[in-house]
Design a protein around this ligand. Structure first.
Ligand SMILES: Nc1ncnc2c1ncn2[C@@H]1O[C@H](COP(=O)(O)OP(=O)(O)OP(=O)(O)O)[C@@H](O)[C@H]1O
Ligand SMILES: [Mg+2]
Length: 515
């Protein structure tokens, strides 16, 4: 639906930016209107984040103009952009775990009074900023003590202040659960209705259609077009993003998986750890996929942590090939050919300064021991192979991985573990930040490996995705495995009912978030 007030607040014209080997933006135009929520969509590496970084003064544009409210601006730094009321929350949140929430909200813009920091005012200001987002938490506690979800809300609170004109959210919902997403959307709509213009970048189509008024599509650094979402069928949007007919991606399902034997690869018997996850049983056969469903914080990641030696169990047994094993550290699990691709690429894996190739080789090299280095020629071959297999968009394997787009960094981590040819692969939110087409390709690849005998544990908040890929699904709630379903019961609605069923309203808002 066209918003009645459609005058333009922001006009970017002919924006052009070139990185070594990549024409990241090729004369791109972008128009943002007052009181609208506008999405920018495109595959991993299409140029979305780059366009935002030009707008916020992180990158210097080569050619082109930016006009805000009729006046030309040329922001040279995020701080300068901020002074125009252009605020953003990046894909990679940059907050400090070892500072308090209040400090995080006011870093770099402390209110000083006669040169002194006024803590009382900062605390009150932080509380007020969070209240606008309907969050009430103790702002004097360290940021690190809160969940990713809360951190993202805090990053948003930090971005929105009274003189904001444009708010930019680059994949803010990647690690939020449904109730949190809803809360965020309510807030965004409220901010829009209060007069803010919002740019919202996400790979979740449902969210785009639910929240946004318009969409601008980029492909390979070029503008494809601007559309009113209501008038644009989903499949058409996807074809515009990927530049080809999309129908073949719908065929993806579990059917290529072929359980060779019923041999059990891994079995946990009453395995648990106090205060981390309650004792649970699980079993994965060779060639099989066990999915994990449950809300963020329900214990899915903790189970993975026990199976990978990140946490040492204090009860129960773990068996591999029917033999008891004790994992005290990840190395113990890696030695047994278990691989774990973590949820938070920033914290748990990617090393920005190393090249794409070095990042891909890392786990394999570690497994061989640092003294037996893999010959360069072999490294290049392997990296090439996986860059192709996973469709990693990069001008070369020698550039720092930090130069890749977010989704492509995620693929590099995945490649790192696939290279080790694991017997059990644990994927924790593997497709976070990955575009629709690449998502299907990655899951197809994983399924193919299962067909060759690998076992897979697949953790994701996207229930449909879990169902599509899994033979059985374990359901977690409150750090406890509460059910396991298979066959005809593998339906989103059933899973949601199990998660939501009961009792004390366990599926309601997470701690700290008011309903
Ligand atoms: N600082 C940089 N140095 C070199 N190349 C870069 C840099 N930043 C981005 N690029 C390249 O520019 C292109 C566009 O990247 P960008 O981050 O804008 O993609 P994106 O659309 O946000 O993708 P994603 O969905 O994966 O986040 C990519 O090919 C990326 O590798
Ligand atoms: Mg991006």
């Amino acid at each position: 639906m066209e918003k009645p007030d459609t005058d333009v607040i922001l006009q970017m014209s002919g924006i052009d930016i070139v990185f070594p080997g990549v024409h990241a933006l090729d004369s791109v135009d972008f128009t943002l209107r007052r009181n609208e929520i506008h999405s920018i969509m495109g595959e991993n590496g299409a140029g979305k984040s780059t366009l935002i970084k030009v707008l916020t003064g992180v990158y210097k544009k080569g050619k082109g103009t930016i006009t805000l409210d009729g006046e030309e601006i040329n922001p040279q730094s995020p701080l300068e952009a901020r002074s125009y009321g252009v605020n953003s929350v990046y894909q990679e949140i940059n907050l400090c775990d070892n500072l308090s929430v209040a400090e995080n909200i006011f870093i770099g813009r402390q209110k000083t009074r006669f040169g002194k920091i006024n803590w009382k005012q900062i605390k009150a200001g932080a509380e007020e900023a969070l209240r606008r987002l309907n969050i009430s938490i103790d702002v004097s506690k360290l940021l690190g003590s809160y969940s990713v979800a809360i951190k993202q809300m805090i990053a948003i609170a930090r971005a929105v202040d009274m003189n904001s004109r444009v708010l930019i959210l680059d994949e803010p919902t990647s690690s939020l659960d449904r109730p949190e997403v809803e809360q965020l959307f309510t807030t965004i709509r409220k901010l829009r209705d209060e007069g803010l213009s919002v740019i919202f970048i996400s790979h979740f189509l449902d969210q785009i259609y639910e929240l946004c008024d318009r969409v601008t599509v980029l492909r390979n650094g070029k503008l494809i077009g601007e559309y009113v979402l209501q008038d644009l069928p989903r499949l058409e949007l996807i074809s515009k993003m990927v530049g080809k007919d999309f129908s073949n991606l719908k065929n993806q399902n579990k059917s290529i998986s072929n359980k060779t034997a019923n041999e059990v690869f891994i079995e946990a018997k009453d395995l648990g750890k106090k205060h981390v996850v309650e004792p649970f049983n699980l079993l994965v056969r060779r060639g099989e996929t066990l999915g994990f469903a449950g809300l963020l914080g329900s214990g899915r990641t903790e189970v993975a942590g026990l199976l990978f030696g990140i946490e040492e169990a204090d009860s129960g047994d773990l068996e591999l090939n029917k033999q008891k094993k004790i994992f005290k550290k990840p190395r113990d699990a890696i030695n047994q050919l278990i691989a774990f691709c973590p949820e938070d690429r920033k914290k748990n894996g990617i090393i920005y300064e190393l090249s794409v190739r070095e990042n891909i080789i890392l786990a394999m090299q570690a497994k061989q021991g640092i003294f037996k280095s893999i010959p360069l020629k072999k490294q290049i071959e392997i990296a090439d192979d996986y860059i192709k297999k996973l469709g990693i968009v990069t001008p070369s394997q020698d550039i720092p991985v930090g130069n890749l787009s977010g989704g492509n960094q995620q693929k590099v981590i995945l490649a790192r573990w696939l290279v080790t040819r694991p017997e059990l692969l644990i994927l924790d939110e593997p497709t976070r930040g990955i575009d629709v087409a690449a998502k299907a390709e990655i899951m197809n690849l994983a399924m193919q490996l299962c067909a060759e005998g690998m076992s897979l544990i697949f953790i994701s908040s996207e229930i449909e995705e879990v169902i599509r890929c899994s033979d059985r699904v374990a359901i977690m709630r409150d750090r406890k495995k509460i059910a396991e379903i298979e066959g005809e019961d593998l339906q989103a609605e059933k899973i949601l009912n199990i998660i939501a069923a009961d009792t004390s309203g366990a599926a309601a808002s997470p701690p700290g978030v008011e309903a």
